[in-house]
Design a protein around this ligand. Structure first.
Ligand code: GDP
Length: 399
């Protein structure tokens, strides 16, 4: 029977295999070492996203929106600037610096043919390309897309500033959002789309990522990316709908078994207090990651407030968990854990059992693992509910 599963092919499977083996052999130190290796590997996964398009197409605004930043936030890419950089410019995600959005000069700016352009921008390092246009895609865009395809990389067309089109159309008496979107989509690939088999075009407003095709774009990227890169994309994606929050929860939940095994390994060492220290450090780290993934840390909530116009205090008012919008310390976490009734008995039992000769340590290990498993699941549930409530509150400011 397998205890751990993973579906990627980039070295994770073999580490996971070794974790399975160590757990089955009851070799806790080996399992813990391998889990740490897996976690380090995961933290080092990079996602390089290339954003290209003519100057003024909306690249910088899109790069900021994807990172949950307002255009005037610290670290935001400057927008509305007319002169274009000749070099690819990296923009790091504020919470996930391993997710890098590259603002590439438009192919027209460099005046290179598509193959030279791709070599110039170092096409190998990008996981995929997003080609942005504020109107119809031009010959250059299509040539570039064909060349990206030839280089065995993926590209997606994004037609930006859809809010402007919709607002203009809204004035008409027979306005239909659906029909307008279909017409824009058909129009922006007219003629040029013929050179590419079923081009994927997504209609997006960087000011309103929760509307139009951005969710569809995310789903498509998620499907196309290799398994080991999906979580990086998911955690770095703003909470644009309840489904994203649910997916984040699933991804975080799938790792709880690893944390529980690490906790058991800590309990295996017969040093007074060590199990608690291991658990405290581990839990503070994991819970801090949860809070960041859901955008419930103070800087993320402040940025959300600035973006949506919903006051920061109103966003905080719907939060129930003391771990959100807070500085997560061991003391705070212990206070929260002390209030989890179903966990109190496990903590007390672990303390008693670990000093019983021979049988004590194995029982303490089991209890420690179960305790960590329960604590993380309960906290994850609460933070997910908070994230959903904050999303709902923030949406009110966007509608
Ligand atoms: P870049 O030169 O491709 O980086 O384009 P920018 O991101 O600087 O955008 C050019 C202008 O278009 C700026 O004034 C933006 O505010 C505006 N803009 C960009 N994206 C959108 C959008 O989705 N909707 C609207 N209405 N304006 C946008």
């Amino acid at each position: 029977m397998k205890i751990f599963h993973t579906d990627d092919q980039f070295g994770f499977a073999s580490v996971t295999e070794e974790i399975n083996e160590a757990v089955l052999k009851n070799d806790q130190p080996a399992a813990a070492a391998k889990i740490n290796e897996l976690m380090v590997k995961e933290k080092n996964i990079t996602l390089n996203i290339a954003i290209t398009g003519e100057s003024g197409a909306g690249k910088s605004t899109f790069v900021n929106a994807l990172r949950g930043l307002c255009d005037d936030d610290e670290g935001a890419a400057p927008t509305g600037v007319t002169e274009s950089s000749m070099d690819p410019k990296p923009h790091f995600h504020p919470d996930y610096p391993n997710v890098i959005l590259w603002d590439l000069p438009g192919i027209g700016t460099l005046k290179y043919p598509a193959d030279s352009y791709l070599r110039y921008v170092g096409f190998e390092k990008y996981d995929f390309f997003i080609i942005i246009a504020a109107a119809r895609f031009k010959e250059n865009d299509v040539k570039l897309a064909q060349e990206i395809q030839r280089m065995k990389k993926k590209f997606y067309f994004v037609r930006s500033k859809i809010d402007n089109d919709i607002n203009a159309e809204r004035r008409k008496r027979d306005f239909s959002a659906e029909r307008t979107l279909t017409e824009i989509r058909d129009d922006c690939v007219k003629g040029e789309g013929l050179g590419i088999e079923s081009p994927q075009v997504f209609l997006v407003s960087s000011f309103e990522l929760h509307l139009y095709h951005f969710s569809l774009l995310h789903e498509t990227l998620d499907r196309d990316l290799p398994a080991h890169k999906r979580d990086a994309l998911l955690c770095a994606t703003p909470n644009i709908n309840p489904e994203i929050i649910r997916k984040k929860k699933q991804a975080l939940k799938s790792k709880i078994k690893y944390w529980a095994t690490l906790s058991a390994a800590g309990a295996a060492v017969p040093v007074p207090g060590l199990s608690n220290v291991v658990d405290d450090v581990l839990l503070v780290g994991v819970v801090t990651d949860y809070v960041h993934a859901f955008g419930l840390d103070i800087p993320s909530l402040k940025r959300l407030s600035a973006r949506t116009g919903v006051p920061y205090a109103d966003l905080c008012a719907v939060i129930i968990s003391p771990l959100a919008a807070a500085n997560i310390t061991t003391e705070l976490l212990l206070k929260v854990i002390a209030q989890l009734e179903s966990v109190a008995a496990l903590i007390a039992a672990e303390k008693v059992f670990r000093w019983i000769p021979f049988i004590g340590i194995p029982i303490a290990m089991g209890l420690s693992s179960t305790k960590t498993y329960k604590i993380l699941n309960l906290i994850l549930d609460k933070l997910t509910e908070d994230a959903q409530r904050v999303f709902k509150k923030a949406s009110a400011g966007l509608i």
